[in-house]
Design a protein around this ligand. Structure first.
Ligand code: MGD
Ligand code: MGD
Ligand code: MO
Length: 594
């Protein structure tokens, strides 16, 4: 990760081991080019990357805002480590710190492991969740029936509106109001403190930008290799690109509530295609009004949720055919007239969806250069049809589908061609705890621990209402095979404990012929605030499904700056693999306490 971040392959925040506003102040004062200035400081050893020393207090994350996620209950793989290191809460993890032989060579090792890095955990939600339980501040959010919003997913070809049936009750506010309120107050507090500052922003080599040609031949050129022939750090080549952004912190709220001038000045770029929404900016000014004063004076106002929805629909090619046609015209210039892309653009040019349309009924989206699938009233979404039906090159090094990957890291792992990789040996990786602490009659099974998505909830949502609780068992369950259950004397609905070095889960057993021997399921996500008893092994509350997992990042997923192996937010980057997890399961005392 350290090498990937310092070569500009993947983003990492904080990026440098120094305050970006302080660095920005010095660069602005020197009138220097930000990239060259950073490269010179790094080469001289006066500056370093934060990921080279993540446990140094100046590199800790301090403020975390969780919005529309349930980090501590749902998504945080390695939950107990989040509790320990990020929050400083009690945890059940017992894996000892890495021994001297297994510590990272290029990352500073600190024996005083940090506990409680965060100063502030802020959560916005309308439910009590495993995250709000730990949050310092909870801002009650309006639900889908109390606000205007848009919903669209890549799973269906429709965009539809949320519309309020009632106004938010009690202290609840819409997410829109909460963030605008925070921005307004931040601006007030910024006066005389942050005022206007220069922020040094690091950008990884992004997919569909010149950055994806940063690594010719896949040869890794590490400026920090420490060898005499190591190349110098070069921004945008083997270092992130650096930009100085002037930020008027007193004007944050004004700017949040208006369409900024960059959409006209720079255009909007998606997948390497730039369109110019001048007409849309004019339309939004007429439709939404313009700011009469303040930092956004004269700009189209986006100061209500409805206006923001209008802006989204106006600026997306999927709901504004003029944008789609402009993008397809640009693509046609590259792919040639025989691609038929200009004609495809012309066929959708007159489609236009405004917010009111989505309130009447879900509206189908149109074909757009922003996606790889071709939309039409007569066909369902399927990815990559623009490539297969319109001769659009694939976004790969060769422009074709190809299976051979040339990259030093890929070669080092022997994965230039698709290969089978067996599960990791988690015992060898130290993921077991001393059995003495475990409860029960001494009998145990060691099984694969799989956490698929639940059939009875969407992540942590919906499971705790009375109807769903009545359909299920009203608390955490682990599905286990008949032979595994027999081996430890467990009958259906008995309480069991699942223990490994990462943590503990206390649950009822669902003994089922549908489970193969040697594998158990704990469906993602059963919250720690619904009927979770204390663990017999530790005396503390048993954890959530992610108490037994931890993040394992596959190194090759950290490669960037190389054609299709280039970072794109929410599209290409490392994922949190947890499917090799293993746990020891025992029957525990059937008396549980909370
Ligand atoms: N072990 C293991 N871990 C996993 C997975 C796994 O399979 N196994 N799956 C992973 C995957 S694929 C995902 S997507 C993540 C999901 O992880 P998360 O996204 O963290 O989980 P959710 O439970 O969906 O959290 C969404 C929260 O947002 C709230 N919410 C919903 N709508 C609104 C709104 O309009 N405003 C506000 N303020 N709040 C709202 C809900 O009440 C809910 O608490 O988990 C990941 N973690
Ligand atoms: N009801 C419901 N629907 C949902 C969601 C939800 O929470 N609830 N979440 C939505 C979201 S955000 C997502 S990402 C998707 C996830 O949907 P899926 O990708 O279908 O996710 P999972 O259910 O986690 O895993 C699918 C299957 O993979 C198997 N599996 C586990 N390890 C391996 C392995 O090593 N190799 C192979 N070949 N198979 C393995 C598991 O046994 C499981 O049956 O679902 C979406 N739909
Ligand atoms: Mo997901």
């Amino acid at each position: 990760m350290a090498q990937s971040a310092r070569l500009g392959w993947m983003p990492f925040y904080p990026t440098l081991a120094a305050n970006p506003l302080e660095l920005g102040r010095r660069i602005a004062a020197a009138g220097a080019d930000p990239g060259r200035w950073v490269a010179a400081e790094l080469a001289a050893g006066r500056l370093s990357f934060a990921c080279a020393d993540p446990d140094a207090p100046e590199n800790w994350p301090r403020v975390l805002t969780v919005w529309r996620a349930n980090l501590i209950g749902s998504s945080a793989k390695g939950n107990e480590y989040f509790l320990r290191h990020l929050l400083g809460a009690a945890d059940n993890a017992t894996t000892p710190p890495a021994g001297p032989g297994t510590r990272p060579a290029e990352v500073a090792w600190r024996d005083d492991e940090p506990r409680g890095k965060l100063d502030l955990l802020l959560a916005l939600d309308f439910r009590m969740t495993s995250t709000t339980l730990y949050a310092d501040l909870v801002l009650p959010a309006a639900t889908w029936y109390e606000k205007h919003d848009l919903s669209s997913t890549d799973m269906h070809p429709y965009v539809h509106a949320f519309s309020p049936a009632i106004i938010p009750p009690w202290q609840a506010r819409t997410d829109f109001d909460i963030f605008h309120g925070l921005a307004r107050r931040l601006g007030e507090l910024a006066a005389g403190r942050l005022d206007t500052a220069h922020d040094l922003v690091a950008t990884a080599a992004l997919h569909d930008t010149p950055g994806e040609l940063a690594t010719p031949g896949g040869r890794v050129r590490d400026w920090a290799a420490g060898t005499p022939d190591a190349p110098p750090p070069e921004p945008g080549r083997n270092l992130p690109a650096f930009t100085l952004v002037e930020r008027d912190y007193t004007a944050v709220a004004d700017r949040l509530a208006a369409l900024g001038p960059l959409v006209e000045r720079e255009g909007m770029t998606v997948k390497g295609v730039t369109v110019h929404p001048d007409a849309e900016a004019g339309w939004l000014a007429a439709r939404c009004g313009t700011a009469a004063g303040g930092a956004a004076r004269g700009r189209p106002l986006l100061d209500t949720d409805v206006k923001l929805c209008e802006a989204i629909l106006a600026l997306s090619g999927t709901t504004n055919g003029r944008i789609a046609a402009e993008g397809f015209a640009r693509l046609a210039e590259r792919c040639g007239p025989s691609s038929g892309l200009a004609e495809l653009g012309a066929s959708v040019a007159e489609r236009r969806v405004v917010f009111g349309d989505t309130q009447d009924r879900p509206v189908q989206v149109g074909a757009s250069f922003e996606w790889s699938g071709k939309e039409g009233p007569d066909r369902r979404y399927s990815p990559f049809t623009l490539n297969t039906e319109h001769a659009k090159p694939w976004h790969t090094l060769t422009g074709r589908q190809h299976f051979y990957l040339e990259h030093d890291w890929i070669a080092e792992c022997g994965e230039q061609l698709p290969v089978y990789r067996p599960p990791l040996d988690m015992a060898a990786l130290g993921e077991f705890r001393d059995g003495a602490a475990a409860p029960g009659d001494g009998r145990s099974v060691t099984v694969r621990y799989v956490t698929p998505h639940s059939k009875w909830s969407i992540h942590s949502e919906y499971q705790e209402n009375l109807l769903m609780q009545t359909l299920a068992r009203g608390g955490p369950v682990i599905w286990i095979s008949v032979p595994d259950a027999e081996a430890i004397g467990v009958a259906d609905n008995d309480w069991i404990e699942a223990v490994n070095g990462n943590g503990v889960v206390v649950a009822r057993a669902v003994v089922s012929h549908r489970m193969p021997a040697g594998t158990v399921f704990m469906y993602h996500v059963q919250e720690r605030l619904v009927n979770v008893p204390r663990s017999q092994a530790t005396g503390r509350r048993g954890g959530v499904h992610n108490a037994l997992t931890k993040l394992l990042i596959k190194p090759t997923h950290l490669i960037g700056g190389h054609a299709q192996l280039s970072f794109a937010p929410n599209y290409y980057g490392p994922t949190g693999n947890q499917r090799d997890a293993v746990t020891v399961i025992r029957r525990r005392s059937q008396e549980v306490s909370y």
